[in-house]
Ligand binder design. Structure first.
Ligand SMILES: Cc1cc2nc3c(=O)[nH]c(=O)nc-3n(C[C@H](O)[C@H](O)[C@H](O)COP(=O)(O)OP(=O)(O)OC[C@H]3O[C@@H](n4cnc5c(N)ncnc54)[C@H](O)[C@@H]3O)c2cc1C
Length: 462
């Protein structure tokens, strides 16, 4: 156990806290650009929702253009090398997603961290932060055996919850009500042919044909899904299948039941449907209670899927994602606040360091769900200012806690965008460490040029 005399000091150029999609990309990018980088993660696994089986949204715009490359593309290459890349798939509703086998992705994450020489410290939580003269002077970390004082030139808050910003006493934002937490689960042994026949014959149950660039009817798109043979299916809360189940009590109130393929043979899928709005998504009792309560929704949904959706009768339940899914918690107050208009109108900027392209996507209580397309099925730019918390000169934040209003955040929170932000923040940190400067002194042209050279996509979409 941690005791007061088991203390250790660590010194690195860059310390990244949080190993979700943003933190992984940040740490890889920082190390790739020559900074001695440490990645700290409170949990046992690295990758966050990259290893949950969910679709990786936001790597392509709804128009189909790739808008995130770089570290994300390298991770997909690693997955491909180990047989775990399922593909980049158009869901025939509105979006293009990347699907992977989450267990292979977990391995790919470790391979990439190793390749670039990132030091990792799993099972270790950042519990305190010392600040001096408007800068982070050090972090206090703790695990079972040791307390650590970690010092660096640059610190990256990729905790999803803006923990470092909060520990530094900086202001933050939260929604009056936050989006629901969800427990996703998997089925193995699906007969995807039978499922897709059902989709083809009953397109009214599915969300299809919302993309303005695709001028086809729902039945035509259902037939395309059937012919393509990939079980990426969105059963809509507005369709008769889910509606009747909710009204009869067979299913809890929900806006969707989404099936996401996780194996290249399309026999394994992740189901995303459960939901529970919590008073506090950042930890403690409410999360524990939700985890237990959501198991009832999983039981209900799994029974519904087996009974009502063809293809699942012979499939086996394959457990839940490694962690409870949190869509929304705290947002930093940064130099620039990404707004609903930036996202909805696909605003481009000369100081953009990555792109978002996922629709506005605010899950609400029960059946509430607000979804709005981005203009021209295009992309918007995220400036470095969204990643620079006001009040702490050597701290950057990337991932779902970016500086943004709630509506903009519902788009930028997705994993592809988080990886883009992570790569930008990690690269910025490494350039700052090399040049002995602070992020606000960094030449944006140099950052953008470096990002482009390393595969990031900053231009070229409507
Ligand atoms: C149910 C659900 C469905 C979703 N569906 C999709 C989808 O279909 N497609 C999509 O792209 N996105 C989806 N999202 C959104 C997306 O998964 C997340 O917004 C995104 O993964 C956030 O990444 P992040 O790196 O910012 O944060 P996280 O993934 O939350 O990573 C933060 C990491 O920091 C660690 N950490 C936190 N505090 C500390 C600390 N003090 N010390 C050390 N470590 C710490 C955590 O353990 C965690 O590993 C969904 C989210 C949910 C919950």
């Amino acid at each position: 156990m941690t005791s007061p005399d088991s203390r250790k000091e660590l010194e690195h150029e860059v310390v990244v806290v949080g190993a979700g999609s943003a933190g992984i990309a940040a740490a890889v990018a920082s190390a790739r650009n020559g900074a001695d980088t440490l990645l700290v993660e409170s949990g046992a696994t690295l990758g966050g929702d990259l290893i949950s089986g969910l679709p990786i949204d936001g790597c392509r715009s709804t128009g189909g253009d790739w808008i995130v490359g770089g570290v994300a593309a390298e991770l997909f290459d690693e997955c491909r090398a180990f047989g775990g890349y399922v593909g980049s798939i158009f869901d025939r509703r509105n979006i293009c997603v990347v699907m992977v086998n989450p267990r292979v992705m977990g391995f790919a994450v470790l391979r990439l961290l190793k390749k670039y020489g990132v030091g990792i410290l799993p099972y270790t939580q950042a519990i305190g932060l010392a600040a001096e003269n408007g800068r982070v002077a050090g972090l206090e970390l703790a695990n079972k055996t040791v307390r650590l004082a970690a010092r660096a030139e640059l610190y990256l808050d990729c905790t999803g919850d803006a923990d470092l910003a909060v520990m530094a006493g900086l202001p933050f934002e939260t929604g009056e009500e936050t989006q629901p937490a969800s427990m996703t689960f998997q089925f193995r042994g699906l007969d995807s042919r039978a499922l897709l026949e059902f989709v083809r014959d009953h397109p009214e149950n599915c969300g299809l044909g919302e993309n303005p660039l695709v001028r086809k009817t729902a039945p035509e798109l259902a037939r395309e899904l059937y012919e393509e043979g990939i079980p990426k299916v969105f059963f809509s809360g507005e369709g008769p299948l889910i509606k009747a189940a909710v009204e009869s009590g067979e299913l809890f109130p929900c806006s969707m039941l989404a099936l996401n393929p996780n194996s290249p043979d399309y026999t394994c899928v992740t189901v995303n449907t459960t939901r529970m709005v919590l008073p506090d998504n950042t930890g403690g009792g409410a999360l524990g209670e939700a985890m237990l309560a959501l198991t009832d929704q999983v039981v209900q949904a799994a029974a519904f899927v087996r009974k009502r959706i063809p293809g699942f009768a012979g499939a086996s339940f394959d457990g839940v994602a490694p962690r409870l899914g949190i869509r929304e918690s705290r947002r930093i107050v940064g130099e620039y606040r990404l707004g609903e208009r930036d996202v909805a109108e696909g605003i481009k900027r000369g100081d953009g360091v990555c792109k978002g392209g996922h629709e506005i996507d605010v899950h609400g209580r029960d059946r509430d769900h607000v979804r709005l397309a981005i203009r021209n099925a295009g992309s918007y730019d995220i400036p470095l200012g969204c990643l620079l918390p006001k009040g702490m000169a050597n701290l950057l934040a990337a991932g779902r806690s970016l500086s943004s209003d709630r509506v903009a955040n519902s788009s930028a929170r997705v994993m592809g965008t988080c990886m883009g932000m992570g790569q930008a923040a990690g690269t910025a940190a490494a350039l700052c460490a090399k040049g002995k400067i602070l992020p606000r002194e960094l030449d944006i042209g140099l950052l953008r040029g470096t990002l482009r050279e390393q595969g990031a996509i900053l231009d070229g979409t409507p």
